[in-house]
Design a protein around this ligand. Structure first.
Ligand SMILES: [Zn+2]
Length: 129
């Protein structure tokens, strides 16, 4: 499944020209996630010069939520040059807040390393409330 997700994320990654503005970035990172129900959803990043934007993982989560699913089995983000990258801190928190069970999500952080989200986000505030 790891390779299928990496391929799915790679397929949606790729720069999209947004009016030629140097500060705009769309598609430099793609993400793919597998839900507990066995569905795969993808997303791309969007970062605009005006400060608006979101990561590819957030985009994939939005796609998942459209289908009324919240539990993620595995997730990956891949740059448009094929590098697997771990989620930023904001996305780690996002995954957890969508469903607390996602602390058990397998996160592909490199082509040969997978960690649980709970290992990437220890002592989450939600555990203390
Ligand atoms: Zn992020």
């Amino acid at each position: 499944m790891r390779d299928i997700l990496i391929k799915a994320a790679s397929e949606v990654a790729g720069q999209i020209d947004l009016n030629g503005y140097a500060g705009n970035d769309a598609g430099s990172v793609g993400a793919a996630l597998l839900t507990k129900d066995g569905n795969i959803y993808t997303g791309i990043c969007l970062v605009l010069a005006c400060g608006l934007g979101f990561c590819a993982e957030a985009s994939a989560v939005a796609e998942m939520l459209k289908h009324r699913e919240t539990e993620i089995e595995m997730i990956v983000a891949v740059t448009d040059d094929g590098k697997v990258i771990p989620p930023c801190g904001r996305c780690r928190e996002l995954l957890t807040q969508v469903n607390r069970g996602n602390l058990n999500t397998k996160v592909i952080i490199s082509r040969d390393e997978i960690k649980l989200l709970s290992d990437l986000l220890p002592d989450t505030w939600a555990d203390k409330t």
